[in-house]
Design a protein around this ligand. Structure first.
Ligand code: PLP
Length: 363
């Protein structure tokens, strides 16, 4: 990235941690070493690659609850699809602010779907009722657009009491917060925790049966066929280990950055709960703001609008609408996403530039 470019879009993706990159390099080699071996081969080089995959599996499992297994996938979208398509019958209930990976894969099953409303704070009511015959409840740990932290433990308890399984999309929380206890299925992805793109995992509680989405050679215990990439696994494992070790330190750092941003952008309103939120995600709105103009005036800052706008449809964000914001308020919103390598200087500079650009718009 150019020196004057400030990256504040860590919900979209995170930079690769140097430790993750270093762990991958030996497994990206050519003929000069055996790092290219297929981890499913029986010979010595294959077994070495398989050993790296298993170390990575342990490292990733350490970020998740005890009593389950990690199935490597291509990312969280695949993990979520697999989880949702594994549930044989019943209504699928999901929160109104789930990622489209959850919403669209639930709709694609053809099952009845129940959308669980959120409060104006962006929180699901932990005592919400589920429709009769619910087979699966899906609620995320941390929302990707507004950063609110959902009462996942209680919701999982209530789903179980209703005879349903519980899926948690923990993409934005994994490696950053303690894992949610209670879910039967958890989807995560490496690229949101400073690991590589192209790998994620579905955690499956012991005793929970899932179906495979991808048939073939029967890898991953028959649950996900296809040759694993030792490099991606090693990178994911190293990123997970680092995230686990730095969890408290990263949290403190991000809390400091969020406080700094709030103090500079003090007249901007926060979207979603002020307290039940992940500090690396700041969704702000300012009445009258013209987002496309702000983006163009602040080209050297990577930040985003709600993800629906970001997808180019021009429609107001589904998440911000679920909070009760009208289309105008949703369009007046921006998301700043801080990360481990974001400095206080980055935040100061970016926020002063954003504020100046807003003032120049006359808002
Ligand atoms: N769930 C949430 C909350 C996300 O933010 C994302 C990524 O944007 C996904 C799921 C999809 O993850 P992946 O990019 O690994 O498919």
């Amino acid at each position: 990235m150019p020196a004057d470019f400030i990256y504040l879009d860590h919900q979209a993706t995170t930079p690769l941690a140097p430790e993750s990159r270093d762990a991958m390099l030996p497994w990206l080699s050519g003929p000069e070493s055996m790092g290219f071996a297929n981890p499913h081969s029986m010979h010595k080089a294959g077994r070495a690659a398989a050993a790296v995959v298993e170390v990575a599996r342990e490292q990733v499992a350490a970020l998740l609850p005890r009593g389950g297994r990690v199935v490597f996938t291509s990312g969280a979208t695949e993990a979520i699809n697999q989880a949702i398509r594994s549930v044989p019958r019943g209504t699928i209930a999901y929160s109104a602010i789930e990622h489209s990976a959850v919403v669209n894969s639930a709709l694609a099953t053809g099952a009845e779907c129940q959308e669980l409303a959120v409060s104006s704070q962006g929180l699901v009511d932990p005592e919400v009722g589920f429709a009769e015959g619910t087979g699966l409840v899906a609620v995320m740990q941390v929302n990707n657009e507004i950063g609110t932290i959902q009462p996942v433990e209680r919701l999982a308890e209530r789903a179980h009491a209703a005879g349903a399984l519980f899926l948690c999309d923990a993409v934005q929380g994994a490696g950053k917060l303690a894992p949610p206890e209670g879910p039967d299925l958890i989807a995560i992805t490496a690229h949101k925790l400073y690991g590589p793109k192209g790998i994620g995992a579905l955690w499956v509680r012991d005793g929970v049966r899932i179906a495979s989405l991808i048939e073939g050679g029967g890898q991953e215990g028959g649950l996900r066929s296809g040759t694993l990439s030792p490099a991606l696994c090693a990178g994911f494992g190293a990123a997970a280990a680092l995230a686990g070790a730095r969890m408290e330190q990263d949290f403190q750092h991000l809390s400091g950055l969020a406080g700094l941003a709030r103090s500079i952008l003090s007249r901007w309103a926060v979207n979603g709960s002020e307290t039940a939120r992940w500090p690396g995600n700041l969704s702000l709105r300012l009445g009258g703001l013209n987002f496309p103009r702000l983006l163009s005036d602040c080209r050297e800052i990577a930040f985003s609008a709600g993800s629906a706008c970001g997808s180019g449809t021009g429609a107001p964000s589904r998440v911000l609408s679920a909070l009760g914001l009208d289309a105008g308020q949703a369009r007046n919103s921006i998301r700043l996403g801080f990360g481990r390598y974001t400095t206080r200087e980055d935040v100061e500079q970016a926020c002063h530039r954003l504020e100046a650009a807003a003032v120049a718009q006359g808002v």
